[in-house]
Design a protein around this ligand. Sequence first.
Ligand code: DON
Length: 343
Amino acid sequence: MSNFGDLQSLASSITAVTSPFRNYLTDLYEKYRKLNDGAVADYIPELALAKPEWFGICVVTKDGQVFEVGDCDKLFTIQSISKAFVFGLALEDHGREYVNSKVSVEPTGEAFNAIVLDEATNRPYNPMVNAGAIATADLIEGENGTERLKRLLEMFKRYTGREHDINVPVFLSEKATGFRNRAMAYLMRNFGMISDKIDETLDLYFQQCSILVNAKDLAMLAATLANGGVNPVTGERAIDERYVQDVISVMLTCGMYDASGEWCYRVGMPAKSGVGGGITAVVPGKLGIGTFSPLLDAKGNSVRGIKVCQDLSQDFGLHLFNVAKSERDLQQWIAGGNGINDW
Ligand code: DON
């Protein structure tokens, strides 16, 4: 980074600490901190260890300003949020048409672990449900499982700007208990939708779900997509610009599973959730949001995370289809320190 870049990021971090936007986020954190609806995932013992009180909110703007409140450094497993980004890498490896021949882009309206394929084409419905995510993982290039995992970890590093590890006990538990995912893989192999590397690909899928991230990473992942595929802090390109729209389109239509319609209606941001308690939400051309709270609703989405994104969307007119407010400039609000009532 140049000296100018260093100064810029210093100026950004000062803004982030003193900005009224940070005060707004603190109020939001306080508003939902006591909300105890939902339950932590317990399908494997490691996830059941999550504490209901863990809660973090992070926003990263397109120009690299970082606003953090609560448990933004606490590590948890990325789980299904990985699916959106692995889809992006599969597109880079094979291009749009080939990937689409193996996995469709239609919402299912069904649970994330439904064992269902498109009857006409035998394709899984989309890359965000488990079947589609396994078919997508199958497309990741590499000599062997280790190389393929290395490529995934390098990709996540480009997005977040830092190294990532796997939570090995979570990976081993997912692998030991993932019979349903195994059944989907064999069903797709039967229809020629995935290759013969079934065990290697399932391991890769379980490993991608077990990558450790924090709320700040989730905001950075989203901000990178919001910024056309370039990490706004490091300046590194994480994904070919051509495929950013593919990833965020599918996040909008399928990222919150069978709650995607409701999410689009109320929040209006491409997003992806995971059973670890994370949500990553993209406001294209503006910012990325990362939330972490492990209390999940019946559909596997973080209860507090949904509330936070809903409030941010309403209070700042961030809904993708909010035509009335689309001309307003959030960056100016953040930098200029105008009051929340100005919005
Ligand atoms: O495949 C599974 O069951 C998990 N490892 C991932 C599930 C997940 O995060 C679904 N999301 N809400």
